[in-house]
Ligand binder design. Sequence first.
Ligand SMILES: Nc1ncnc2c1ncn2[C@@H]1O[C@H](COP(=O)(O)OP(=O)(O)OP(=O)(O)O)[C@@H](O)[C@H]1O
Length: 623
Amino acid sequence: MDWMSPSSRPHSTLSQLGRTNHVTEFVPRMNNSPNTTLNNFSLSSSYASISPSAATFLSKKFEEPELQSTGKTTNLKIFIKINSIPKGAISVSQSPSHSSSPISHQEKLNSTNGGSVVPYQENVGGTTYFYQYPATTQEHNEETADTLQTPTSQSSSDYTPFPGKPEPSFFISEELKNDILNRNMLTLLQPDPAQYPDLPQEVDSYHELFPLEPISNQVLHKAHLGYQASMYKATHIKTGLHYCLRRIHGFRLQNTKCMSLVDLWKKLNHSNIVQLKEVFTTKAFGDNSMVFVYSYHPGSETLLNKHFSIDQPGYTDPFTNDKSTPMPYSYQKNNLLRHQQNNKLPEPLIWNYIIQLTSALRLIHSNALACRSLDPTKIILTSKNRLRLSCLAVMDVVLHDSNSAINHLALVHAYQQEDLTALGKLVLALACKSTIAVQRENITTALDVVSRTYTMDLRNLIMYLLTNQRRSVTDLMPMIGARFYTQLDNLHSHIEVLDTELSKEVQNGRLFRLMTKLASINERPEFNMETSWSETGDRYMLKLFRDFVFHQVNEDGQPWMDMAHIVQCLNKLDAGVPEKICLMSRDEQSILVVSYMELKHCLEQSFQEVSNTHELSVVDEKV
Ligand SMILES: Nc1ncnc2c1ncn2[C@@H]1O[C@H](COP(=O)(O)OP(=O)(O)OP(=O)(O)O)[C@@H](O)[C@H]1O
């Protein structure tokens, strides 16, 4: 239930839609050779655009802070005998035991170990287990688990995978609320026709197209696959659901054989991939375009945008770079190191990404498919570091080789090997906080930087992925080892927080339905040609009850607003408790003593009458 007044509703605009250029060499673009290895990856450029997720809100909460500051939460405890609770009615209880301050996993560890821990790891049957013992010496073991700190690594406290339990409140936490409102707002954004006059009204079964990035008119802007591509949010005409359309400009499908792969992709459903819904060709944009329809994840931004900014060392604009200017090697190395030291990502975050990426790759590879676009521009992030592969199936369609002589299984295996190499480069780039790190001439330096900063486990994983030997995504599982447990624990803790938040909203939804009933009876001007209906009998009691709940005044006649009183009264009404209250007439001449149980009966009866007469059986069912 949203307690915000309309005037305080958040508003935001799409900001930072500008594009920035980056040099990377991640995706083997225009290269569908099965023999591609680490050494013959093509150098090409990728581009980042800043997503609307930067939009933030300012919202004002009605009443809630006062409730907490005046300590009236204790008033909201309602003790109802079980036998007095009607079926479906639930009491709201705000217990002080709910209060807890967010404690990060690291803090928990430190508190149990007196702030000093020594890691110990053991490999059993290919799985690495991590243990911690209280420190007895000053010696530092470099091979630490992800939750532990190395002297050089960034404090894990800088990275909180998920926030702890929110402060006790009747309402959903401010952070979660803003996140949900932000996503809703982005989902409902409509394009300005003046700004995008060329946007078609309809494309196949979709309308309300909204560009997710500026549409470039530059001929040179053919970042992906050698074709210009654009992204749009769109609404399905029939279902009203929102989708993300990736349009490949000027592309003619030569052969429909690749559609069998599309069918395979459509079946893939995983929390770390953006699901493909359908693929079609269209002339709605005035050319031959190929459109890939994906699920829409509002507020997402690319990994490139999030972690690789243009101020990284050695950043060069691919179009303006003067190749004749020599760059000393030492300059490049020192620069890389300095940049990485100043901006390095916490190791647990990198492992978090590795777990999500390998999880997605595992499903893809086990379905005899290959991602082929493990590129920081093609991985999107939503809140809480949730990562998804966003460009699946495009390579398989756009670069489909229809030559029947080719052994497709062998081809897929080769692409899967390329995926693993791309993963190695991606992790290396994240660890060095620079896409320059994965350039062939920088890899040795970059690995050196990783060894100095992170655990050997991370370095070993990168080394494994960057070798030319035959690799498998399942081989990575023992390398990740006990970090899976940490990830699982974090996720479960987060689910618990969301569950608590959801239960609050279940209560609020129940009270909303109750108020809907009250509001449709109170002061109804006429019912069955009877103008006094709402002022007489049961309805009169409900009117006085409404005054009792919402129109209380203090001794000076000033409104006395107390959310605790309102919530308490409504809960008692919903439960139909036998407790009695005094309802005073507006002229203060008479007082009615009535129980909540009787009021509940009045409410049910009156609402039944209204619903039946006005054929609101559907509403009744829902309410
Ligand atoms: N499924 C999706 N739901 C919501 N937004 C998405 C989705 N996929 C991508 N986006 C957003 O669309 C924008 C453009 O994505 P795109 O994949 O084109 O990245 P890019 O950096 O512009 O790459 P390129 O240079 O190839 O165009 C990014 O801001 C990204 O966050």
